[in-house]
Design a protein. Structure first.
Length: 165
């Protein structure tokens, strides 16, 4: 019952957020949350029914709807969803490899970023430069691993744009 109530609340909030943007977009112009967003879209980018099923099974689609509402730009690019999921699941190991500038976790990040093998050095260099700035700030040490992972995501996302991903 709690899950159903949560799903109804999220759906109502999403509808309110979409209604606020009606002047900017026509109805249906944004991504389909169940098909184009969330974990389902990352796992099954070209199989719509599987993406929808996965999103519904995972958390009744709340993550997908939230993604579509808060950051619809992540829904249109499965690389971004895969990169966020990868960073979230491997942050501690990834951080060690990023400090070293190499390793299997950095290779994995490059792979999910959409950058080619030939662009690995430039991509990793850009991510490391962005992290170097974060490490010099006093507040970074006080962040949770989740917050640090979000920072790494934003740096890696910007770096992947430079390699045409």
């Amino acid at each position: 019952m709690k899950r159903i109530l949560a799903a109804v609340c999220v759906t109502m909030a999403a509808n309110g957020a979409f209604a606020q943007n009606e002047e900017q977009k026509s109805v249906g112009a944004g991504p389909n949350p169940y098909r184009d967003c969330g974990i389902g879209a990352a796992l099954f980018p070209s199989t719509n029914w599987a993406a929808v099923t996965s999103n519904v099974i995972w958390d009744i689609g709340t993550t997908a709807v939230t993604s579509a509402t808060v950051s619809p730009e992540t829904c249109q690019d499965p690389n971004r969803v895969a990169m966020a999921d990868y960073i979230k699941g491997s942050y501690a190991s990834l951080e060690v490899d990023l400090i070293r500038g190499q390793g299997e976790w950095v290779e994995g990040l490059t792979s999910v970023s959409g950058c080619s093998v030939g662009q690995t050095s430039a991509f990793v260099g850009a991510v490391r430069r962005g992290l170097r700035e974060a490490y010099t700030s006093n507040s970074f040490a006080d962040m949770s691993d989740y917050e640090k992972g979000a920072y790494v995501y934003h740096v890696a996302d910007a770096a992947s744009a430079d390699c045409g991903a």
